[in-house]
Design a protein around this ligand. Structure first.
Ligand SMILES: Cc1ncc(COP(=O)(O)O)c(C=O)c1O
Length: 445
């Protein structure tokens, strides 16, 4: 095996520099993983609070076995009949509202959102899209266009894209003291639709992550989706719920995060990815018969070489089995609640913690410089995760101010893991208060 500096040098030489490393000052070289732990080349164990893709645990034996067994038998495209494809679609349909009964299988979240955009446009015959500020929906050209998180640093906003404010009741335009923040945020979308229509534009879709993650681990107020859906449908558009980060039981009490809004809410299109294959590239679009039929009416075939192959579907089925067998939804609720409780105790102790929000094992800790303006404590957040990394705990930051600590570990994360992270956070925050420092720490091992 190459030594870490050699791997780093080769990477710098051969890999595009826009593909960034975690902890660029002292990147971690990992060689294996199990459950919620990853191991470096010296066998040192890191606790993984970041990887929402290794959903049921890194290298889960049941998932690895399913892949291996199917790999030995057959792998081919979806132009042949195969049980895995239909069995998997059937299993997924059981998790969704009845109306969402048609499936397309693909290889990545970006592909899923790109197809969702095509479906929406074909069905509505409209072009425009409304998205939330700071949203990220993928790396394809079409999705950079609907991702303010990216396009603000590139060519800017296309005329067919409209940006609505994040329904963030902690640091957004309507906060917890507003008398009806749900209505106020929904009215912002209504206004955007009216303004667009005045210019002769027609709305094809509203894209939203069911819990905006890149936006800073935001929990949209209940009822918001229903109000938006009403406005969007009236404008002839469709509602797309991006479940790529937050789906598959991460939120605990529901399988899909959009279900947190209430049973009466049903999106027109749901996109899935990341956790779906526990690390294997597989993604999906679920939609209604009507939308799928409008797409088919073009007469143009939808073919995706790898999407829905028997191996991917075997893996997808194994992931669903593990979620059920290991009761991972109930576990996410139990451990998530415990972690939130511990973090809330820290909030009382450390004024830098402005807000703790989350559901299941999707939790954000908003670090602030001052209580009044809630100025993002960006440098402090960076310092904290660098110090945690030195304690062999991997955590990331997110949000427009990169000041929100983002917990989205594999669902096998335990109470002991939660306690360990929070104890370490407490130690580091206490040090930071005492030393009044958050300067970059020099090179470690
Ligand atoms: C919410 C959301 N949508 C879409 C994507 C794109 O998925 P992928 O990287 O698999 O193409 C991501 C990836 O980070 C995401 O977080």
């Amino acid at each position: 095996m190459q030594a870490r500096p050699e791997t780093l040098a080769l990477r710098r030489q051969l890999i595009g520099s826009s593909c960034k490393l975690f902890f660029p000052e002292e990147p971690v070289k990992i060689v294996r993983a199990k459950g919620q732990y990853i191991y470096d080349e010296h066998g040192r164990e890191y606790l993984d609070c970041i990887n929402n893709v290794s959903h049921v645990g890194h290298c889960h034996p049941d998932v690895v076995k399913a892949a291996h067994e199917q790999n030995q038998l057959l792998n081919t495209n979806s132009r042949y009949l195969h049980d895995n494809l239909v069995d998997y679609a059937k299993r997924l349909s059981k998790t969704l509202p009845e109306k969402l009964c048609t499936f397309y299988f693909l290889n990545s979240g970006s592909e899923a959102n790109d197809l969702a955009l095509r479906l929406a446009r074909q069905y509505t015959k409209h072009k425009d899209v409304i998205v939330l500020d700071h949203a990220y929906h993928g790396h394809l050209t079409s999705l950079i266009d609907i991702s303010p998180y990216k396009f603000r640093n590139l060519e800017g906003q296309k005329e067919w894209v409209h940006v609505a404010p994040l329904p963030d009741t902690y640091r957004g335009m309507y906060r917890e003291d507003h008398k009806d923040s749900v209505l106020a945020y929904a009215n912002e979308v209504k206004k955007i639709i009216e303004q667009a229509q005045k210019k002769g534009r027609k709305i094809a879709a509203f894209f939203i992550e069911s819990l905006p993650s890149v936006g800073g681990q935001i929990i949209p107020p209940e009822g918001y989706f229903q109000m938006i859906a009403e406005h969007i449908h009236k404008a002839g558009g469709v509602f797309v719920a991006d479940e790529i980060q937050v789906g598959f039981g991460r939120v605990g009490k529901c399988f899909w995060a959009f279900q947190l809004q209430g049973e009466d809410f049903v999106p027109d299109i749901v996109t899935m990815g990341k956790p779906m294959g526990n690390g294997h590239p597989i993604a999906c679009v679920a939609t209604t018969k009507e939308i799928a039929e409008a797409f088919a009416d073009t007469g143009v075939e939808y073919f995706n070489t790898f999407g829905g192959n028997p191996v991917s579907c075997a893996i997808g089925l194994a992931v669903l089995d593990v979620i059920e067998k290991e009761h991972l939804q109930a576990h996410a609720t139990q451990v998530g609640n415990f972690l939130m409780e511990l973090l809330n105790q820290q909030k009382v102790k450390h004024p830098i913690i402005g807000d703790v929000r989350g559901v299941g094992l999707f939790i954000g800790v908003d670090l602030i410089k001052d209580q009044e303006k809630r100025t993002p404590a960006t440098k402090e957040a960076e310092y904290l995760i660098t110090r945690l990394k030195r304690e062999y705990i991997l955590l990331s930051t997110d949000g427009p101010g990169r000041n929100v600590l983002k917990f989205k570990p594999p669902l096998c994360f335990t109470m002991d893991n939660a306690k360990l992270v929070v104890d370490k956070m407490d130690e580091i925050l206490t040090d930071m208060e005492r030393e009044k420092t958050c300067e970059p720490v020099g090179n470690h091992h």
